[in-house]
Structure formats: C-alpha cells, structure tokens
Design a protein around this ligand. Structure first.
Ligand code: GLN
Ligand code: ZN
Length: 765
C-alpha cells in the first residue's frame, strides 16, 4: 500500500483567525490565554480535516504564531541578548524578534526598544522567514518543547502525527552571523547544535512519535563543500543516539541531484523530494537509496492552485513503486501546503468553469489521497475520469487563449525595450525639469492603510456607498497624504495608494487574463497575508488602471508626483502563475500591458513613474546555470518593455525589497532611480557593491516592518555609514519600503526625522 502524506497545512485559518487574534493580542485587546486557545483550535481543526480526508501521514508542529523558523530559534535559544534583557514573556520575545518592539515604561515594566531580526524570503516563495542570527555567545539549549506539546495535543484527539522540524544543516545555513560576531560562519556551529536536536527528538520519541519529518530544503541550493559535508556529520550523529524517531529528510522547490553525494547513504529512514518542480530527479534519487529507505514523492503542488493531473501524478508515483515497491513509496504534497489558500469552497464568486481549474489546500488533501489509492490499485475510476475531463477543458478553454496578445508578444523588438538616450543624457534633461536638492527625499508609495480606508473599501465592495462617494473618499485620503508630505518637506511625492487593497491584486483585478479570490489568503510573513490573483490566461490591459488617482494627486500639488505601478516580474511572482505557459511569456505579456499604462500616465502629465519590482530577487532561480541567466534577461526585458516608451525627461523609478540583489541585474533594468530595502543589512560590503551602480539609488534608511521610530540622530548616523562608501550625487533618502502596514503616528514621526536628517546633510554639503 502506498501511503499518502501532507508536509504541512496552512495555519492561518479559513477566516484568517490567526491574524485576527494575533493582532488583537499585539494591541492588548485579547489575553495570551485567548491567543493560545485560538492556536489550539486551529491546529485541532486542521488535523481533523486531514484525518477525515484519509491522509495517512499528517504533520504536527507545522503551526506557528509567526514563523516556523523563528519558533526553532526560540526553541533552541538562538535569541540575541538584546531580546532577553526585558523580562518579556516567551511569546513576546518571539514577537519582538519577529517584528521589533518599542514600549514606553510603565509602573511595573521598563521601557522596551528593540529592532526586529532580518526577515528573508523562504527560497523562491513569497513567504518570509525570520533569519536565525548566531553569535559567538549563542548557547544552544532547549527553551520549552513546542513540538512535543503539539504532538501530544494531536494524540489526545486520537490523531497520530509526524512532527516537522527544520533540519540542522538548513537551520544553520539559512542563518547569519550577528553584528557582534561577523567572522562566525553559522555552519561551524553544527556540532554544538546537534545535541539539542537529539534532545528534542528524544523527547518526541518518548512522547510516542515514531517518525519525524526533518526539512532540509537547502538541498536544492548550490552548496559549498563544508555545508554538503555537514549532512553526513549531522545525520550520523543523530543515528548514533539511542531511541530517536525514524527520520525522513525532506527537500522541496527543486532538485537535490547536484547534492546527491551529500545525502547518499545517510543513515535516515527516507527522503522526500519535490517532483512537481523537478520530476527529473525521481530516478536518480530512487537509485541512490539504500535497500530499506523510503521515498516520499511530492506530486501534489504545494505552491500553486491548479488541480493536479491525476494521470500524470500517478505515473510518477508508479515509477517509484516499480523501482522500490509499494511499501517504500509515499504519495505526498510537493512541499507544505502553507503556500496555498485554505479552501476553494469559500469562493462563491468564481465562475463554475474557472473554479473547476483550481484546487486549494483542503482540496489537495483529497488529491493526495486519491493518487495514493490509485497507485495502490484501489478503484478510483470515477475520480480519475472527472479529473481528466477538467484537465482537458482547461487546456482548450477560451479563457486561456487570446490570439491578439500572443501576436503582440511575438512582435516585440529590441527598440521597444530601449530608452531613447542613455542615463547620462536623460538625467540632465530630468534635472532641468525637477531641479531637486542634494539628498532628495521620497517614500516608496503607500501610506498607512487605516481602518477608515478598509471600512470604506468594504462598503464600496458591498455596495453600501456609491462609486462617487467612494472616489470622493479616496480623493480626500490622497489630499491628506499630499498635504502631509508637503508639510514635512518631502521632495518627490506619492499619492499614498489608498485605493489599493494590495499592490498586485489591485492591478490583477483590472487586467484581462486574471481571476481573483475572495478568501484565497496565503501567509506572507507574521500576520501579513496576501491574496494572490491567479493568471488564468493571456494577459492584456483593457483600460487605464491608475491614471485617475495619479492625475488627481498631481493636480493638487506643485511638487513632482510619482505615478505608481507594480512591475511585470512582481505581478507574475505574486500571482499564482500559469503552468501551461512559460514565466517569460507571462512576464512579457505583463510588460506590454504595463507599457500601455506607463505611456498613458506620461501622456496625462505624470513626470515621475515608479514601477516596483520588489519580487525581482525572489524570482531568481535557486541555482546557478542557464535558467538563471535566462531569468536575468527576461526579467530585465519585461521591465524595460514596460518603461522604455517614455521621453528622456520622464524619470523612471523602481523599488526592490530584500536586498542581496546583484547590482548588475538592477543595472539591466535601466531605471533612473532605484530604492532598495537596506536598513537591516548593516553590511558595508553590500553598499560598496552599489557604489558603482551608475544611476541614482536610495538605500532604505528605516525598517517599515516595525513600528519602531528612529530618531533624527539615528538617521544621521545611518546616512553617515552609507556615505563612507556611497557617493553624495547619487544619494536618495527614503524608507525601506511602503508604509501601508504602519500606523500614522509612527509614520509621521519617522518620516519627519528622516527629512530632518536629509536637511542636515544638505547644509553640510
Ligand atoms: N509601492 C509599494 C508600496 O509602497 C511597494 C511595496 C513593496 O515594495 N512591497 O506599498
Ligand atoms: Zn518594498
């Protein structure tokens, strides 16, 4: 019998229960007991759902109040000293590490002021993990026993689970050295961390766990020799400990083949691999197993929402069965289902035709089970037939194909992707138009999305206020933001994006070729969830999407107003993409649609246009090689297609989140001004890499993920550090990213201090 397995389930709740309670807890509106109670209910609900669907191997410890990697940092005491000196409750230490904490002193507690740890994208997904930050003084020890508690919780409900933990090699390799220990290479801590892994695994075994899932997703990356070697050290060590559960080492989002030597012969019970993303690895991995090892074959996509093709999935699993025998093969989701929305049944507005294309986390449970049954020889013919019919219907649907768009993409030529003149000439023309001071100040686009904004948007969606009323409201919000920026002396203004629920969804809703959901939320980081649109067919722009708001905003100020768009790569990355067309084709289609918008903005008198590409870095293929080189080309090309149709004097801005960006890649976009998330980098080498960037750049000066307010002096200091290596003439002053998740109070204070610091430097230079 081939068993079925789910590597993890979304923890946010079908109605975003987790977000609601967590945020209420942060605001002091619910107690820690209430918070924990909601967590417990969510876990129970998810386990039961999987049990009822007939899933054989169900994960536990896939739940987290913030991030599963952060949980492990707390569990193993990888907690920098700055978080432990305030006598916070353990859960508050965790939240402080995740999002920073600034709290005034009260009669009973002292003031708290601590920034968040760095947050980085989880591989090439839009999920972010809190980066483990190690120092020479890190002392590994167990803080609590969350995985054991949750295992027992499930057991009490009569559900046997397989606890999941990020493995030692990935945990270290995905981490970094803290500021005080810059010479520390995290992987060198392996021998120190292994005993705590052994300790928690032993506790799990004592609680009754027979097996565990140890995630080692770094196996799909290019790994240096010492990290490859670490697998042997780690798993041989664990295999020598008495009485631990059987270990399945799981990888996902790519192929392990280049690292096969590192895991061949490891003394573990089995491996899990992702054959949705990398089907070609199946044979090589199956061949490399020892005679007892099992292979969990990930055939149900944990990263996308398309209904699985049962015939194809079954074929892959059968291939493994032929080699290994049914008892050594498991049918699984490709990765945790964390990256998919919870339940398609909560969608009432999708047409039946489109709905039939999709499968969300809850539906995927049934898919894993059906495929497992099918390869085990059970009769599931009715399900197979229905599945084959819907797979066929999609490929031939008129929703999928638009000939006009396909022709326009085929006709793209070089000139379309090139500005009229090089930057050195463009900037002269732009300087004449804008006449900006040194250290020009700007923001990234959004201002606080207040409750009032959300309430009005809801009213409009529900039809309780008219279109006119809503537009009036949006104009008043824009005016507020414009006046504020004028008041504190920002130089290049934004309209604040109050009309946008989300920077991708907003455009997706106006583009042809997209479908969107009502409840398709996916966790992005902490309590921040996104609702990615779905690219269902060829993409085009039927009508202007952002011109009205930008024109209004420009009409009420004499300062330059930035038009604000989301770039092709980001729209692609933050949507669920098609799997029946290449990423490149989808990006070029989006590039053309945005080109129409950029040109319309310019024609309407907007002289600065920002096309955000925050997802540029995460789209980078995980390994070096041809695929990555191609990506560099088409990502830049699609951006230039979108932006190169404007006059020299029109200034194109772009923005990128989460650094570690290759300056050459940014250069290839040829934007006049870029802003880059930077505040948590603290790495002079990184600034140095950017000092040769030929165009203008603003390195983000404060963390917008945190409510913390940096003082004027802190900004001055930060700018001074950057100025040590970065030239004055190209220096822009801006925050890390948009301010939509912040409150007005901290926004006002932070931006005021930032502008004051810019003024200070203007006087100096
Ligand atoms: N313009 C967007 C904003 O300010 C950019 C957000 C982002 O980079 N993630 O919200
Ligand atoms: Zn950003």
């Amino acid at each position: 019998m081939v068993q079925s397995s789910v590597l993890g389930f979304p923890r946010i709740g079908a109605q975003r229960e987790l977000k609601k309670t967590t945020e209420a807890y942060w605001q002091g509106k619910v107690s820690v007991e209430e918070l924990f109670k909601v967590g417990k209910e969510l876990r129970a609900h998810n386990w039961k759902l999987q049990k009822e669907a007939g899933v054989d191997i169900i994960a536990s410890n896939d739940f987290s109040f913030y991030d599963q990697v952060l949980d492990l940092e707390v569990l193993f005491n990888v907690i920098p000293d700055r978080y432990t000196k305030y006598d916070l409750q353990p859960i508050d230490v965790l939240f402080a590490m995740g999002r920073g904490l600034q709290r005034k002193a009260t009669e009973t507690a002292k003031a708290v002021d601590v920034t968040a740890l760095e947050m980085v994208k989880w591989f090439d997904s839009n999920y972010h993990y809190v980066r483990p930050t190690f120092s020479n003084s890190t002392e590994f020890k167990l803080n609590g026993q969350k995985p054991v508690d949750e295992y027992l919780e499930a057991k009490e409900l009569g559900i046997e689970t397989r606890p999941v933990l990020v493995g030692p090699v990935s945990f270290l390799h995905l981490g970094k050295a803290d500021k005080d220990s810059l010479d520390l290479e995290p992987i060198s801590l392996l021998e120190k961390i292994l005993p705590v892994y052994a300790e928690i695994l032993k506790k799990l075994a004592d609680a009754g766990a027979k097996t565990v899932q140890i995630d080692e997703p770094v196996l799909v990356l290019d790994l240096p020799a010492n990290v490859q070697a670490a697998f042997k050290t780690a798993y041989e060590y664990l295999s020598k400990q008495e009485g631990l559960p059987a270990i399945t080492v799981a990888s996902y989002f790519g192929t392990v083949v280049p690292n096969l030597d590192a895991i061949k012969g490891l003394p573990v019970a089995g491996f899990h691999i992702d054959v949705v993303r990398a089907p070609e690895q199946l044979e090589a991995v199956a061949d490399a197993l020892t005679p007892e090892q099992t292979l969990s074959v990930g055939v149900i996509d944990g990263r996308n929402i398309w209904k699985a093709d049962f015939a194809k999935a079954s074929e892959l699993v059968k291939k493994a069965v032929e080699k290994l025998g049914a008892d050594r093969v498991i049918t699984a989701t490709s990765s945790s289902l964390l990256h998919t929305p919870v339940d398609l049944n909560n969608e009432s507005k999708l047409s039946e035709e489109i709905k039939d294309f999709f499968s969300f986390a809850t539906q995927k449970l049934g898919e894993v089970v059906t495929v497992a049954k099918n390869v085990s020889g059970e009769d599931v013919s009715a399900a197979l037939e229905a599945n084959a019919a819907s797979v066929k219907a999609r490929s031939t649907s008129s929703i999928t194909n638009d000939e006009t768009v396909q022709k326009r993409v085929a006709a793209i030529d070089d000139a379309q992707g090139r500005r009229a003149s090089p930057f050195t000439e463009r900037i002269k023309e732009q300087e004449k138009v804008f006449n900006l001071p040194l250290f020009p100040t700007t923001t990234i686009g959004s201002f606080p999305q207040t409750k009032d904004i959300r309430i009005n948007r809801n009213k409009f969606t529900k039809g309780t206020i008219s279109k006119e009323e809503y537009e009036k409201f949006i104009e008043s919000e824009i005016e507020k933001v414009v006046r504020f920026q004028e008041e504190i002396g920002l130089d290049v203004l934004v309209h604040g994006e109050p009309e946008r629920n989300d920077m991708v969804q907003y455009f997706g809703e106006q583009l042809k070729g997209f479908a969107f959901t009502q409840n398709g939320w996916v966790q992005s980081y902490g309590s921040r969830y996104v609702r990615p649109p779905i690219i269902v067919g060829d993409v085009s722009r039927p009508a202007p999407m952002s011109v009205k708001e930008s024109v209004y905003a420009q009409s009420i100020t004499t300062k330059p107003m930035k038009g604000m768009l989301t770039g092709p790569v980001t729209i692609l990355r933050w949507s669920f993409p098609r799997v029946d067309a290449s990423q490149k084709t989808q990006a070029l289609q989006l590039g053309l649609a945005l080109r129409d918008e950029v040109n319309d903005l310019e024609a309407a008198g907007i002289k600065v246009i920002q096309v955000d590409e925050p997802a540029l870095r995460e789209g980078l293929p995980l390994r070096e090689g041809e695929e990555r080189q191609d990506y560099y080309k088409w990502a830049a090309e699609s951006f230039r297609i979108a932006t190169a149709g404007v006059k020299n004097a029109t200034q194109i801005h772009s923005h990128f989140c989460y650094s570690d960006l290759d300056p050459n890649h940014i250069k290839a976009l040829d934007a006049d001004v870029v802003s880059i998330e930077f505040s948590k980098k603290d790495d002079p080498n990184y600034i140095r890499e950017f000092s040769d960037y030929p165009n203008h750049a603003g390195l983000g000066l404060f963390d917008i993920h945190s409510p913390r307010i940096p003082s004027k002096e802190e900004f001055i200091q930060k700018i001074a550090t950057i100025l040590e290596v970065y030239p004055v003439e190209k220096f822009w002053v801006n925050p890390d990213c948009g301010l939509k998740t912040r409150g007005w109070e901290e926004t006002r204070a932070s931006l005021t201090n930032m502008v004051e610091a810019a003024k200070y430097y203007r006087e100096k230079y």
